[in-house]
Design a protein around this ligand. Sequence first.
Ligand code: AVI
Length: 369
Amino acid sequence: MSTQHLRNLSPGADLRTPRPLLSPAAELGRSVRGTPLDRVEPRASRGARAELTGWTSYDPRFASDVLSGLSQPRKSIPPTWLYDQRGSQLFEAITELPEYYATRSEISLLRSCAGAIAARIGPDATVIEIGSGSSRKTPLLLGAVQRPYAYVPVDISGAFLMHSAALLRGRFPDLRIMPVVADFMRPVQLPHALRFAPASGRRLVFFPGSTIGNLEPDEAAACLARLGALCGPNGMIVLGVDENRDEETLLPAYNDAAGVTAAFDLNLLERINRELGGTFDVGAFRHEARYDRERHRIEMHLVSVREQSAEVLGRSFAFAQGETIHTENSYKFDRAAIDSIAKQAKLQRVADWREDRGRFAVHLLAPCA
Ligand code: AVI
């Protein structure tokens, strides 16, 4: 999920912006680690509700997810919408936080296991990265593969993809880099030029960042099945997974002291105000991360600090004091959970590696024979 969020940072938050700043139109077309958004509703076809607010253009899928999510007895909005330009920048800032161990653990783990993965996949491999984003972890894998034939970064954001591809070109000048703008929650069409790849070269699909944890287990299985189809019968999948189930480290990772995760979460309300003519009093909500021990998942919620109401596209939504909008799940799939998800996707584990006292894992999966 390159599904589909980042200003109003709390003091102390260090906002680095490795992601390119996109134009508002391009930004509306970016999703994240999840669902896409490639189109702004044309003015001619805008809905009657937009007329009511004087709002002239918005992403209809964003509007629909927000209006239906806020109409539920338990209010929720899919995490995809956390990632507008500011949300994406804030997410990059999260990955640098002292409390957010996952990115550092994965980078360190990839440093140690990339050689073993490269040995298993063999020479002339095509590396396909899913939700490639800033492609920050890519050189660790690409640098280990012997004579990589091509690198195919797949991301929903065209502008972001081209920027990252250009940076990688500087680093790997002889490598064929073939960016694909696509939503990995749907089947991805690979470049036709890959048919010229040497028959001996296998495909290595790289799905890092524990993005799989932002999907429900059944969605995760469907996603892995699509990745299995992408790598083909001889290929393999490198999957980064946050396995940490220790609340003492998990809760601070999603409730950091500098308030960057809070800014990331609250930016969703700001985005609704900006893009959908919302009237949320952002200061009357607070971010809360909870750990669900039964489901082994972190949940992010926006909690209404008082009884209030807000309008979106002319519709009014009431909030009781303490009522929440559920904005993200982050499942902590352990080895057994990944086994069961992989089995549903007709994949099997070839190898796995762990780092940081077992908090983060990299799994090497292959289609079942
Ligand atoms: C992108 N994804 C794997 C992150 C996670 O840890 O679930 C998103 C995130 N949300 C808050 N902090 C980080």
